[in-house]
Write a protein that binds this ligand. Structure first.
Ligand code: ADP
Ligand code: MG
Ligand code: MG
Length: 268
């Protein structure tokens, strides 16, 4: 049974909203972990504390190859700690920055993996709510892994909280109309567009939230000349970016899997 004293810190992997994430190893067994630290001073409000409790609860109940595993949590006077499976690799944000664009084929592979992840989450009434390249790590074998469940929520009915990252937020989230799992499909549509075009479709380069919301609500999709999506891929993106939440999956996740552009995917 592993404790904080069994661990040594090797290096910093990244930083989060409330602290750093470190590569860490077991002193004797040598297993590697990612240790996410949360500074207690930075979480002195009840809402943030609730969201961390929920992040822990949700991660603890999930067990899927494509979702980051939470092994244990610890606390001391100064910090909370999440001991996480270590993903050796890069996040998709850095991959896009490095490559500029992602090929149609790889984009569809990542999209299919995300559909499988959503199936797992949505069956459990979990809406992720913050799908974006930074929250997806690519492991050494090239498989994506969803990390950071800080905004995920269990919704039996509808959610009204305006949450997420403006460029990836669905119109109904922005409008405070009440939303559900379909908001995740919208974000997937934004991301697939970003893979093949190198930037987001609405409000690229814009940092003012209200300007971005306006662009999202306007919903005009154009493709830069250098992007070469097939017509099937365009129709897939545009289905995911339907204003009507119910149209995004085509009725159900099984229908979404039947989209013509995914015909070569082996769902096993
Ligand atoms: P926050 O919730 O504060 O955004 P994250 O959980 O997203 O924190 O972690 C911040 C960063 O740390 C990530 O973007 C990633 O670069 C790195 N990171 C987090 N978890 C892992 C992990 N399990 N393996 C490797 N790197 C990680
Ligand atoms: Mg994060
Ligand atoms: Mg978080």
């Amino acid at each position: 049974n592993i404790t904080l004293d069994d661990l040594i810190i090797i290096k910093k992997l990244g930083h989060g909203m409330f602290g750093n994430v470190f590569l860490s190893a077991h002193k004797t067994k040598k297993n590697l972990y990612a240790l996410k630290t949360i500074d207690r001073k930075k979480i002195d409000n009840e809402k943030v504390q609730d969201s961390l409790i929920l992040e822990r609860k949700i991660l603890m109940q999930l067990n899927h190859m494509l979702i980051l595993k939470l092994i244990k949590t610890f606390k001391d006077e100064k910090r909370l700690y999440f001991l996480l499976e270590y993903v050796r690799g890069q996040d998709l944000f850095d991959v896009i920055r490095e490559l500029g664009l992602i090929s149609n084929e790889d984009s569809l592979f990542f999209a299919s993996c995300l559909i499988i992840i959503f199936e797992h989450l949505h069956e459990r009434d979990i809406v992720y709510r913050d799908l974006k390249p930074e929250n997806i790590m690519i492991d050494e074998e090239g498989y994506p892994k969803l990390i950071d469940f800080g905004t995920a929520k269990i919704v039996e009915s509808r959610s009204y909280t305006m949450i997420g990252t403006p460029h990836y937020m669905a119109p109904e989230v922005i409008l405070g109309k009440g939303y559900g799992i379909s908001a995740d499909y919208w974000s997937l549509g934004i991301m697939v567009y970003e893979f093949i075009c190198g930037g987001v479709p609405f409000g690229e380069g814009e940092s003012d939230s209200y300007t971005i919301y306006e662009k999202v609500l306007e919903g005009k999709i154009t493709y830069p000349g250098y992007a070469k999506p097939t017509n099937e891929l365009k129709s897939f993106i545009e289905q995911l970016l339907s204003k009507n939440p119910a149209s995004r999956s085509g009725g159900s996740i099984d229908n979404l899997k039947l989209h013509p552009c995914l015909k070569n995917i082996d769902w096993e």
